[in-house]
Design a protein around this ligand. Structure first.
Ligand code: IVH
Length: 669
């Protein structure tokens, strides 16, 4: 990269970070996850390491947060509000301790004050002669916002303290947060409890703050001159005596081995806490040692935050519900005690299928490890058997679909095994559960793509009996809809417009939208290419010429059997006929002169700023095609974030060209 390009790239990243800081701190409405935010920050810091000339005053390595909001009067902290450095594993802890011994240049036994790291918003309270005179937010660490009146609305914050030994002049610092139960009431307005606390605390009108139940736990001091208190643990006890809430989980431990053991245990128990914590804080207990160690520019040398995993957390299964999918598959879903995984509050985790429950012996009440990474649906990874209650019983998977029909497990002739998935035999629209899912599929992005008609709307309209079949969408009672809560004239006319627009649909999309099992987008395209028009397609079906489809390269027995089964159900046939009379289904015109003609692509890893579906249609618009496995037919493997190593390796072995997302986009333009 040229120097100017590096500078531009760096500036772009800084601007991005500033934008997200503003959204987070000023507007309390973050648009990205904590993980994505950390990624941008890391990119900036990595660039600065490589090119130190880039470092500017707006670098995140120089500031501790974000400039205070314009909405509040500012106040300079008498003692800076610093942050803590982070440890993610035992090696980081060993390193932390090693640095301390190097610095002290002597080997003494170190005692640690261990405190939960509550995931809230820090605040500083100045008391003079026992009176609360000032309350501030952290702001950028140097200057905070004056939010005294808002803080005064919090019941845990004493406004007057009468103890003899309470210092004449002191800043008490701690965390403002909201409990998980209270957050539940607000979850439609905020991404997680921390944002809710931040949003509430920074209301211009303290009356608004009072409406949201905030809590305060005290854990340290800013300005404070004392000779009597010698240890952090003593300070915490004093805080309690003076009337502050302190964490009931604070404790003193002696070695980093014990810290590690305690951390492991706490990570498993944290879902039971009434508030979110994202790690443990270890502080050297002795104030004398703290003083000797001092601070770096951004954090104390005598403390570290030991974070919990950002991708997984332990929680408890409260219930197991069975969801029925579009093809009748029964998917068990665990309802878990809400737990914060990487900034997202997770309360459901998929258990995949009946076999998975049997294999892992997952039971009601079990403590389980739940993983959530990238776009993958949160899922249960393992059961903590040690935590299982003696009287726990094996989970009995229901043998009936909620529609009342007996379920089946299909026998796979090729693998000679029974399917892992239990299904409601494909009764199409006769099973209410399947019917709703089929309609959701019908309106989805890759199918009819009806703007403003999401899954939630389908559920609502279903509940109100406004729709039972896909064709009902085209004769909706708009007067009734405009009377529903949340539907104004504008949204009704928008919906009307996008439904009208969706009536013009290409044959392949239409064949995909009707939701025949084993006919995904690719196969729908193959069928459309072969039959050319809906009339031809329906003629083949009417005359039961299913075997003609065997001429299509890519269509095999599985698809043919599925088509047969689908159309054996007369109501399915009628629905398709009906729809074809309402819709304007265009014959397939393939784009055969794009610049990617005869080129095959495959993706691995997460793409930035676009979905797989979007990337795929970009390739197809340019006459290229996307395949789903790495083999000799593949020309390019496009890698995004966190690609599957196996795929990359195989592509290398086969000599397939590997492209980054950027290189691929360059190829297009
Ligand atoms: S001590 C210089 N103790 O973590 C010491 N901080 O990254 C700094 N936090 O801004 C603070 N629980 O919001 C400390 N027991 C605890 C804490 C704690 C949560 C937060 C606090 C701080 C951030 C540091």
């Amino acid at each position: 990269m040229k120097l100017s390009e590096i500078k531009n790239f760096y500036k772009q990243k800084i601007d991005e970070l500033k934008k997200h800081n503003k959204l987070y701190f000023d507007e309390s409405s973050p648009k990205i996850s904590d993980k994505e935010y950390d990624k941008i920050k890391k990119e900036i810091i990595d660039l600065e390491k490589k090119f130190p000339f880039l470092i500017s005053t707006s670098s995140p390595s120089k500031s501790l947060g974000f400039a205070p909001s314009k909405n509040f009067v500012k106040s300079k902290h008498r003692v800076k509000m610093l942050s803590l450095s982070n440890a993610f594993d035992f090696d980081d802890l060993k390193n932390f301790e090693k640095k301390i011994y190097n610095y002290l240049n002597e080997k003494i036994e170190i005692e640690y004050s261990v405190e939960p790291k509550i995931d809230g918003i820090s605040a500083s309270l100045t008391y003079k002669n026992g009176m609360l005179v000032l309350g501030t937010s952290r702001g950028d660490g140097t200057t905070g916002e004056v939010i005294t009146e808002n803080l005064k609305t919090i019941k845990d914050i004493p406004q007057k303290i009468k103890f003899e030994d309470f210092p004449e002049d002191i800043d008490i610092r701690g965390e403002v947060f909201i409990t998980k139960v209270d957050f539940n009431e607000l979850k439609n307005d905020f991404a997680n409890p921390r944002n809710a606390a931040s949003g509430s605390l920074r209301q211009k009108d303290p009356k608004q703050t009072k409406k949201i139940p905030l809590n305060f736990v005290a854990y340290t001091f800013g300005f404070f001159e004392s000779t009597k208190i010698k240890k952090q643990s003593e300070f915490l006890s004093s805080l309690k005596k003076w009337g502050f809430k302190t964490s009931e989980y604070n404790k003193v431990l002696k070695s980093i081995n014990d810290l590690e053991i305690f951390h492991k245990k706490f990570e498993k128990d944290r879902f039971d806490l009434e508030y979110d914590i994202d790690g443990l804080v270890y502080k050297i207990n002795s104030f004398e040692l703290q003083k000797r160690l001092g601070f770096t520019s951004s954090s104390p040398r005598w403390a570290i935050a030991h974070k919990f995993s950002a991708d997984s957390a332990y929680s408890q299964i409260m219930n197991i519900n069975i969801q029925v999918g579009r093809t009748g598959a029964l998917t068990p879903v665990a309802r878990i005690k809400p737990v914060n995984i990487g900034g997202v509050l997770v309360s459901n985790a998929t258990l995949h299928n009946e076999d998975e429950i049997i294999r892992k012996d997952i039971r009601l009440g079990d403590t389980v490890k739940v993983e959530r990474a990238g776009d993958v649906i949160p899922h249960v990874v393992l059961v903590d058997i040690k935590k299982r209650k003696k009287n726990s019983k094996k989970f009995v998977f229901p043998q009936k679909c909620p529609c009342g029909f007996n379920t089946i497990k299909e026998f796979n002739k090729i693998t000679k095994k029974y399917d892992a998935v239990r299904r409601c035999p494909d009764r199409g629209f006769d099973c209410e559960k399947i019917a709703v899912e089929k309609i959701k599929h019908f309106i989805s992005k890759e199918a009819l793509n009806i703007d403003g008609f999401g899954k939630k709307v389908v559920e609502k309209f279903w509940e109100l009996k406004l729709i039972r079949f896909p064709q009902d969408i085209f004769k909706l009672d708009y007067t009734k809809i405009s009377k529903l809560e949340g539907w104004g004239d504008l949204s009704v006319s928008n919906l009307k417009y996008s439904i009208d627009q969706s009536k013009k649909v290409s044959l392949d999309r239409f064949l995909y939208s009707i939701g025949i099992r084993h006919i995904g987008i690719e196969n729908a395209k193959l069928l459309a290419e072969y039959t050319k028009s809906i009339t031809n397609f329906l003629n083949l079906i009417k005359n039961k010429k299913f075997n003609e489809f065997l001429n299509i390269d890519g269509i095999g027995e599985t698809q043919i059997n599925s088509l047969k089964k689908f159309f054996e159900n007369q109501s399915n046939y009628k629905i398709i006929e009906k729809l074809s009379s309402i819709l304007n289904i265009s014959d397939l015109k393939l784009n055969k002169d794009g610049k990617l003609l005869n080129n095959t692509f495959m993706f691995t890893g997460k793409l930035s700023n676009m979905s797989r579906a979007e990337a795929k249609s970009m390739i197809e618009e340019n006459s290229g095609s996307v395949v789903s496995s790495v083999n000799k037919k593949l020309k390019y493997l496009i890698i995004g974030e966190k690609p599957t190593n196996r795929k990359v390796q195989k592509a290398k072995e086969l000599g397939i060209k590997i492209l980054s997302q950027k290189e691929w986009l360059n190829l297009l333009n």
